[in-house]
Write a protein that binds this ligand. Structure first.
Ligand code: NAD
Length: 480
């Protein structure tokens, strides 16, 4: 008998109003892991009501900023104590390597400590006026109830990136996690109560995007939506938020270029290309899925990348020796397969991979795939695949590669491999991407702000700047 999870509302487990549950499956073994409540509008209403009451409750409203920081610090300690349990749950849910999830969970307390440290730095200022008898000052206030909607690829990290600044700033929150990874977010919510957050400050409604997710986005008492997911869903959310003039922070899709110049250390660049696209089986928003190599090093890079791709150990993500796990669910596997077929029909060549690898487990595996014979006009190069598929293309000049790299609707991230410092700065300045990595790829920290340019997002996540996403500024004038 698998465990059945209810919603987590107002510090308690609450059964879904319509009594419906859905199954969550391990994508490597296809074993059913648990059932989670299938949230409806009534459940979202209950969660937003709880969050609204908690926001107005003196227990939270009048809590000092210092004490809010203490609570976040305590939550960080608890997450650290439960890191292994949480990492295993995430691996079972989404198929990412246990090694990688352990790494993410090891740094997760740092996210909470970072925002704990910022909780008592939220402040306004005294502003000069043209009349000395009038005192004008500003204060930063919390917004109210924040709705957070998150995807399945890094559930806890992406949820914490929203929850920590939102709570540090004094808001309350209702989270709708991905229907593929409900369990760790529910466990995390339990830990917030253990850490001492008052009931109702953190609430979780599980379920489908078009049901619970849409009900949360459209709820009139939500003061802000913070969303990470696909560009298509983000666009629908932005339209709903705009109709009510509420703010939204959107972290969306990508099709990031990873550019290797002739003066790069090619061995390092090849490893960066492999990690950029094959880590997490390519299911990362920042995946370096478009690889541009200078024509003079193109063959060498291709050979190194293909050679490493063929040696990647594919299997159960729970094993320490595994380097690539399954895709997260059946539709992901179908989508990746159909993109590779589409690429071939457009003229691409499959240098390596291109199908289900020989793995004994029944899960949704897809081999690390390298496509050549591609160019920027093909859909396989223009659209986000969200799988282990690299398209590798040659270029001749810096101007040409800049134009190709920027010729995309997305602007999330970019990689540059070069030993020429002036070129590194030039490229960093001119690439249309919110994050640029030079001679590295995928580095991330809660201290560093990130923003998706173009169709990759709105607003800022992480860093000091993200605190402003969760406050509003009031100007107060006093006649003295
Ligand atoms: P998705 O947009 O399908 O779903 C994301 C979340 O939105 C889920 O919780 C889902 O249930 C919910 N949702 C779906 N439809 C909704 C609706 N109409 N209203 C409200 N909520 C709805 O995305 P996904 O497949 O879960 O995640 C993959 C996508 O996320 C990729 O495009 C990836 O690039 C992006 N992503 C971006 C970042 C970033 O920081 N920019 C990080 C991770 C993932």
């Amino acid at each position: 008998m698998t465990r059945q999870y209810d919603h987590f509302i107002d510090g308690k487990w609450v059964a879904p109003a319509e009594g419906a549950y859905f199954e969550s499956t391990n994508p490597a073994t296809l074993e059913v892991l648990y059932q989670a409540a299938r949230g409806s509008k009534a459940d979202v209403d209950a969660a937003v009501d709880a969050a609204r009451s908690a926001f107005e409750n003196p227990l939270w409203r009048d809590l000092s900023q210092t004490k809010r920081g203490h609570l976040l610090r305590r939550l960080g300690d608890l997450v650290g104590e439960h890191a292994d349990e949480l990492a295993r749950m995430e691996t079972e849910d989404n198929g990412k390597l246990l090694r990688e999830m352990r790494g993410q969970l090891a740094t997760l307390p740092e996210y909470l400590y970072y925002y704990a440290g910022l909780a008592d730095k939220v402040q306004g200022s005294q502003v000069p006026t043209m009349n000395p008898a009038i005192l004008n000052y500003t204060q930063r206030e919390p917004l109210g109830v924040v709705g957070a909607i998150t995807p399945w690829n890094s559930p806890l990290t992406l949820t914490t990136s929203k929850l920590a600044p939102a709570l540090a700033a004094g808001n309350t929150i209702v989270i709708k996690p991905s229907e593929y990874t409900s369990r760790t977010i529910l466990r995390f919510a339990e830990l917030t109560v253990e850490a001492g957050f008052p009931d109702g400050v953190v609430n979780v409604v599980t379920g489908m995007g078009a049901e619970a997710g849409a009900a949360l986005v459209d709820h009139p008492d939500i003061a802000k939506i913070s969303f990470t997911g696909s560009t298509a869903t983000g666009s629908a959310i932005a339209a709903s938020a705009a109709s009510r003039f509420i703010g939204c922070t959107l972290e969306l899709g990508g099709k990031s270029p990873n550019i290797v110049f002739e003066d790069a250390n090619i061995a390092n660049a090849a490893m960066g290309v492999v990690a950029g696209i094959f880590a997490a089986a390519g299911q990362t928003c920042i995946a370096g899925s478009r690889v541009f190599a200078h024509r003079s090093v193109y063959d060498e890079l291709l050979e190194k990348v293909a050679e490493r791709a063929k040696r990647i150990v594919i299997g159960n993500p729970i094993e320490d020796t595994t380097e690539l796990g399954p895709l997260a669910f059946a539709a992901q596997q179908e989508k990746v397969g159909s993109y590779v077929e589409l690429g071939v029909s457009e003229g691409a060549k499959v240098l390596t991979g291109g199908g289900r690898p020989d793995v004994e487990l029944p899960g949704y595996f897809y081999a690390p795939t390298v496509l050549t014979g591609v160019d920027n006009s093909m859909r396989v190069v223009r659209e986000e695949i969200f799988g282990p598929v690299a398209a590798i293309m040659p270029f001749d000049t810096e101007e040409e590669v800049l134009r190709l790299a920027n010729d995309t609707q997305y602007g999330l991230a970019a990689g540059v491999w070069t030993q020429n410092l002036a070129r590194a700065h030039r490229m960093s300045r001119r690439l249309e991407a919110g994050t640029v990595w030079v001679n590295t790829y995928r580095a991330m920290s809660p201290m560093s702000p990130r923003q998706g340019f173009k169709n990759s997002g709105v607003g800022i996540e992480h860093g000091l700047e993200s605190m402003h996403e969760y406050t509003r500024l009031k100007s107060i004038w006093i006649n003295t």
